[in-house]
Design a protein around this ligand. Structure first.
Ligand code: NAD
Ligand code: USQ
Length: 394
């Protein structure tokens, strides 16, 4: 049945922007494996942030060309590599003309909230890189082929933690006896998360006025490192960040548990977030690509599979780790509500066929061994948060 559905699925040309990153690379492999003609684009900014911060991925990663060659060896499939910056509009137009994609999957942004809160320079860099990169892309799509389906990574953090249910992108409002459907109100928690809100508005406008088609995937915090394709060869591994700037919460807690370091819960740990397994991320992208938005439609999915408070995440890691684990509550360096209502609608991707991997089922087998094999690469000093939300600094 799986073979039949693969044969029946329309094979597409898909360009993955940010294809050298944590999620972009495994997504490119998943799409290529599925039979789509897949290319990747990246400017390697992420590798430069590592140099700037003096950190490295927990798992060693190969250069993008080496990864693409390894994939050819393992699968027989080509993944062409385009090297360049989305801020270079001519380059973006040229790549769209050259590769002529049916869909563009856009991961290529500065994605760490703490990085955007270091100082003015990092906030400006983040918003300029993210907002202008996406704008260049919208213009290039509109001019070269407005039929291209843009699949864009947004974030659950666009919504913040409102005291009402979080809908999928849109909200039906009744006000003074009249009704309308409006973009869901946003209250993000960092200059990075704000950049995603600005992107969403620009995309909705481009769909409304130029008739583009776009899917905005408001993704929760991702965990995990291996996918069926990256596990085929060590040269296909994707990055795994543990430092306090780029490491995400569950990945960090797992690494801390293996290293015997206390799990760093910020504040009370009552703050609740949406989570998703990396294997579900790549599958959600496939589902969005294979089921495009309509012409003129700005479609939004909440790409998360379960919600959990930070304290619950720490307790779960401690419960599953086969050894002693200490949980430490640090003063929260961020400004965020410690306790709040959190109820998110996330049925769109399930309706397209997503079968989620839930956290408690899969944590031990998929993550502890990867960390164990690579723990000698960790610098424990880089685990402690140093970026503070309350200080504005030039
Ligand atoms: P990542 O930093 O590992 O990958 C992003 C890639 O984009 C990097 O390889 C980087 O070099 C590239 N890039 C950045 N700016 C670019 C530019 N101007 N031109 C060309 N390439 C550029 O990040 P990731 O964790 O893979 O996240 C990918 C996307 O998913 C981001 O947009 C992020 O906001 C979103 N997202 C990530 C998570 C998560 O937990 N990792 C959760 C929700 C949403
Ligand atoms: N946290 C801790 N201890 C830690 C690290 C984090 O308590 O050691 C807490 C934070 O205070 C926060 C929560 O865990 O409340 C999540 O933090 P995070 O660093 O894992 O995630 P976040 O900064 O929100 O950003 C990550 C990705 C980003 C993506 C976002 C999805 O880096 O690209 O957009 O997750 S979401 O959170 O849904 O907005």
């Amino acid at each position: 049945a799986i073979l039949k559905s693969i044969v029946e699925a329309q094979l597409l040309r898909v360009l993955v922007l940010g294809g050298d990153g944590y999620l972009g690379w495994p997504t490119a492999l998943h799409l290529s494996d599925r039979g789509h003609e897949t290319a990747v684009l990246d400017n390697f900014a992420r590798r430069r942030y590592d140099e700037e911060l003096g950190v490295q991925s927990l798992v060693a990663i190969e250069d993008l060309d080496v990864r693409a060659a390894a994939w050819k060896e393992v699968s027989g499939k080509e993944i062409p590599v385009f090297t360049g910056d989305l801020l270079d509009a001519d380059f973006v137009y040229d790549v769209l003309r050259d590769f002529a994609p049916d869909a563009v999957v856009h991961f290529a942004e500065q994605r760490a909230a703490p990085y955007s809160m270091i100082d003015r320079e990092h906030a400006v860099y983040t918003q300029h890189n993210n907002v202008v990169g996406t704008l260049n892309l919208l213009f290039a799509i509109a001019e070269t082929n407005p039929d291209i389906h843009l699949v864009k990574l947004g974030t659950m953090g666009e919504y913040g933690t409102p005291n009402i249910d979080i809908e999928e992108g849109w909200l039906d409002v009744e006000h003074n006896g009249r009704k309308d459907r409006v973009l869901y109100p946003k209250r993000p928690g960092s200059f990075y998360h704000l950049s995603k809100v600005h992107d969403s508005h620009n995309m909705e406008f481009a769909c409304r006025v130029w008739g583009l088609r776009a899917t905005d995937l408001n993704q929760g915090v991702v965990y995990g490192q291996r996918t069926p394709q990256t596990a085929l060869d060590p040269r296909l591994a994707t990055r795994f960040d543990y430092d306090a700037v780029f490491g995400t919460v569950l990945n960090r807690f797992v690494i801390q548990a293996v290293l015997g370091l206390p799990l760093t819960v910020y504040g009370t740990g009552g703050q609740t977030r949406g989570l998703i397994d990396i294997r579900d991320t790549v599958e959600c992208i496939r589902l969005a690509v294979e089921n495009p938005a309509e012409t003129g439609e700005f479609r939004v999915f909440n790409q998360m599979t379960e919600s959990m408070s930070v304290k619950e995440i720490a307790e779960l890691v401690a419960e599953h780790f086969p050894g002693p684990v200490q949980i430490e509550h640090l003063d929260n360096p961020r400004v965020e509500k410690p306790e709040h209502y959190y109820n998110v609608k996330h049925t769109g991707l399930i309706e397209l066929g997503l079968k989620p991997h839930l956290l408690s089922d899969t944590l031990i087998e998929s993550m502890f061994p990867v960390v164990e094999e690579n723990k000698h690469r960790v610098e424990p000093d880089k685990m402690l948060p140093r970026v503070n939300w309350t200080r504005a600094k030039n």
